[in-house]
Design a protein around this ligand. Structure first.
Ligand SMILES: C[S@@+](CC[C@H](N)C(=O)[O-])C[C@H]1O[C@@H](n2cnc3c(N)ncnc32)[C@H](O)[C@@H]1O
Length: 243
């Protein structure tokens, strides 16, 4: 399973999805800056996984000292080319100590539904690893399973330049995984496909996992806003401290 995911994360299809949401990185950076001011943190952030660096880029522009880690070499190379005044490293977020040793950051961010790729045990390892790297706060942003299962259409098309993408999704209640089948088209010709499944979480499950990992939630909000999270919000963002 892991190898299949790495192939996906190294693919042009996935990179294009990240480029499509690049501008949203500025909204995230503005909100993270508010978190840093609210909780009086140093402007030193570990962005994991950082992808192409869309959040780190805007944080670095605000004078933040940013370190980004991602398993995809392709993503890290793009992040490095976008952000000169940051540190970007290829590595596995399940084992952050192998990459950064005992270094701790005032703020560690895990944004854009970046859990659930592997098993629940792996998600626990990621959260434990985040806790060990966190001096003050960790921010985890995930899709809300309860919203997704009732609101996501089972088939849809999107344009992810330069590809037209057909997606078919199916929620598997026994595993709580969303199975996704995607076909990519260019000039009316099919040019590739990606199939994967990702574990989705409800808020109470994430809170249990965080507790097991030694993290304590202090606020749960909707996306990059200060609205208190409610069950029908598409995304949940948890602000947590080491317990
Ligand atoms: C949905 S993207 C989010 C990236 C970034 N947080 C953002 O908001 O743009 C998920 C990222 O997780 C990375 N990833 C997946 N498994 C990983 C692992 N075990 N260690 C580090 N990065 C991983 C992928 O390469 C991909 O770039």
């Amino acid at each position: 399973m892991s190898d299949e995911w790495i192939k996906i994360f190294e693919s042009d299809f996935y990179v294009r999805e990240m480029i499509k949401v690049w501008d949203e990185g500025e909204k995230w950076a503005n909100w993270i800056d508010e978190v840093v001011n609210k909780y009086k943190l140093d402007k030193k952030v570990l962005d994991v996984p950082c992808g192409i660096g869309r959040v780190s880029y805007f944080l670095a522009k605000k004078g933040y000292d940013v370190t980004g880690i991602d398993i995809s070499e392709k993503m890290i190379n793009i992040a490095k080319s976008n952000i000169q005044n940051g540190k970007f490293i290829v590595g596995d977020m399940r084992r952050l100590n192998e990459i950064i040793g005992n270094e701790k950051y005032d703020l560690v961010i895990n944004i854009y539904n970046s859990l659930g790729y592997y098993s629940e045990e792996d998600d626990l390892k990621i959260l434990e690893s985040i806790r060990l790297s966190t001096k003050k706060l960790a921010v985890i942003n995930l899709d809300n399973r309860d919203y997704i299962i009732y609101n996501k259409p089972s088939e849809y098309y999107t344009f992810i330049p330069p590809y037209l993408v057909y997606s078919k999704v199916e929620f598997e209640p026994e595993t709580s995984r969303l199975k996704v089948y995607r076909k990519y088209y260019m000039d009316n010709k099919e040019v590739g496909e990606i199939n994967y499944s990702q574990r989705l979480y409800s808020i109470h499950e994430v809170l249990t996992l965080l507790k097991k990992a030694g993290l304590k939630a202090i606020e749960v909000v909707s996306g990059y806003s200060w609205k208190r999270f409610s069950i029908m919000d598409p995304e949940m963002t948890i602000i947590a401290t080491p317990a």
